[in-house]
Design a protein around this ligand. Structure first.
Ligand code: ADP
Length: 488
């Protein structure tokens, strides 16, 4: 494990805090960079609107013009001056403090008027002036003043020449500062600083809570996974973490832990079963061999047959274990060919008939026509053989009967192997095809098997993409079935 790496909660915390810091920095930068130009644009718009409003008032007589002029100036926070062509004041209103217009002499006004006249009756200009509230000498004395700011403020002038109803010319000057006053920017800066600080503290606290919340279920899962890796299957992965992906992960890990514990239990059981099944024939083989060696009268074909039968049983157990590993590791390639499934079943029933009739079993193969399939002949024979063996093994000692049923429908052939034996309980039914599974019931000696027969059946049928299953009820027997596609 790489110990030097940061934990999830620390990483999340750092990322969230960095994001908040970047966000705040960008906000502050945007505010400080664009505030002035935004303010100037808004103010210019107001000056233009004020000019339009004054132009509509020009039809009023000169006496009421002053009142109208004041209304507009106060409304838009601008200074308005209306003169005749000789720059004699007709109306003046100072709707905003600090308008250079209020202090301008007639020459300067005339210059702007001339420009407007030469420009078709309208003229506008921007002018930089020293901030009278912060003259350069005052700035130098005041340690709180930003020395890089020269104390310059920009003023915007708009001039229009209009004619009254009686044909007289009127010159309208509208003016206001388009640079925000220093105390406005100062208060904004303080506001921003306080806001940034509050936001930073808030994001610090929220990031801390959120990162803890996010990492808590993962840390818990990690601890449980550690236990699982050590072979402790009594684990529980959180499924109420509040996030969908983590809940799903928890659910899957719980499922995996359950499956692992099942496999582990089955493996332990297999070892017990296999060792039990190996020990019994081995004991018999040794016992009979010693008896034949030591007691000359016991050296007869019956005793030899016991040894041969038990040896066969041994090799069957070993073969089953090998086969299931081969099929489940996927190292077996199917050798598919077209063959008659019905004939294959008939051949198997023929082979077992000597055994079944000798032991009093009755069985029936029910089919109406021959079915041909494209499959691995040996493997499918193995499936049928295993299922038939189980039907014989698990059949009731009183009702020694079973049947094989073949039905062809819509391009598929279905084989049912039905016995009237002890059946399988609903709790055990989902596990019968599992590797190593054997019913909890104690096995009678006559029952051969390693708990691998159905696992081999499942592997072969899955490799053929065949459908298969089982229906069973305790006391009434079982119906193991599979279906394959038919071919002409
Ligand atoms: P085994 O070698 O033990 O027969 P299988 O994989 O063939 O192993 O079967 C697994 C388990 O399923 C058996 O131990 C048995 O409990 C149950 N089983 C299989 N076939 C039948 C059946 N026809 N009737 C009742 N139980 C069955």
């Amino acid at each position: 494990m790489k110990k030097h790496k940061l934990g999830l909660s620390t990483r999340t915390f750092i990322i969230l805090i960095s994001l908040s810091a970047v966000f705040l920095l960008v906000t502050v930068l945007i505010q400080s960079t664009f505030f002035n130009s935004f303010f100037a644009r808004t103010k210019k718009k107001e000056i233009n609107e004020a000019m339009t409003s004054v132009i509509t008032c020009i039809s009023y007589d000169d006496d009421s013009l002053q009142e109208q002029c004041e209304n507009v100036a106060l409304y838009y926070n601008v200074c308005i001056l209306i003169t005749d062509e000789s720059m004699n004041t007709i109306a003046f209103s100072e709707g905003a403090a600090d308008c250079p217009l209020a202090r301008m002499d007639s020459n300067a006004l005339r210059l702007m008027y001339e420009n407007a006249r030469n420009n078709g009756g309208a003229y506008s200009k921007e002018e930089n002036r020293s901030d009278p509230l912060f003259p350069p000498n005052k700035m130098q004395d005041d340690p709180h003043v930003d020395r890089h700011d020269p104390g310059q403020r920009t003023s915007y002038f708009k001039v229009s020449i209009v004619s009254t109803d009686s044909g007289l010319s009127r010159v309208i000057f509208v003016n206001a500062q388009i640079t925000p006053v220093r105390n406005m920017t100062d208060s904004l800066r303080i506001q921003l600083s306080v806001l940034s600080l509050v936001m930073l503290i808030l994001s610090f606290v929220l990031s801390f809570i959120y990162s803890r919340q996010l990492s808590k279920p993962i840390i818990e899962m990690n601890n449980e996974a550690d236990k699982l890796a050590r072979g402790d299957f009594d684990v529980h992965f959180e499924q109420e973490s509040g996030s969908r992906e983590l809940d799903e992960l928890g659910e899957k890990l719980n499922h995996a832990a359950r499956e692992l514990s099942k496999v582990d239990a089955l493996r332990t059981e297999l070892i017990a079963n296999v060792s039990h099944d190996l020990r019994t024939p081995l004991t018999l083989i040794t016992g009979y061999s010693e008896m034949m060696r030591d007691l000359p009268g016991e050296n007869n074909p019956e005793n030899l047959n016991v040894i041969i039968d038990e040896s066969k049983r041994l090799s069957q157990i070993v073969n089953d274990v090998l086969d299931v590993s081969k099929y489940q590791s996927g190292s077996v390639t199917l050798d598919k060919s077209r063959f008659c499934l019905t004939d294959e079943i008939l051949a198997i029933t023929e082979r077992i008939s000597a055994f079944t009739s000798a032991n009093g079993y009755i069985f029936d193969f029910d089919y109406s026509e021959k079915a041909y399939v494209l499959a691995d002949r040996t493997a499918i024979s193995r499936v049928i053989y295993n299922l038939v063996s189980n039907a014989i093994n698990y059949t009731d000692s009183e009702k020694k009967s079973f049947e094989i049923k073949q039905t062809i429908e819509a391009g598929t052939v279905r084989i049912d192997i039905i016995d009237h034996g002890k059946g399988i309980s609903q709790e055990e039914l989902p596990y019968v095809f599992d590797r190593y599974y054997r019913s909890n019931d104690t096995h009678i000696r006559s029952v051969l098997g390693t708990g691998l027969g159905l696992s081999i059946v499942k592997s072969i049928l899955s490799a053929h993409d065949a459908r298969f299953g089982v229906t069973s009820s305790p006391g009434n027997g079982s119906d193991f079935w599979f279906s394959l596609e038919t071919c002409e």
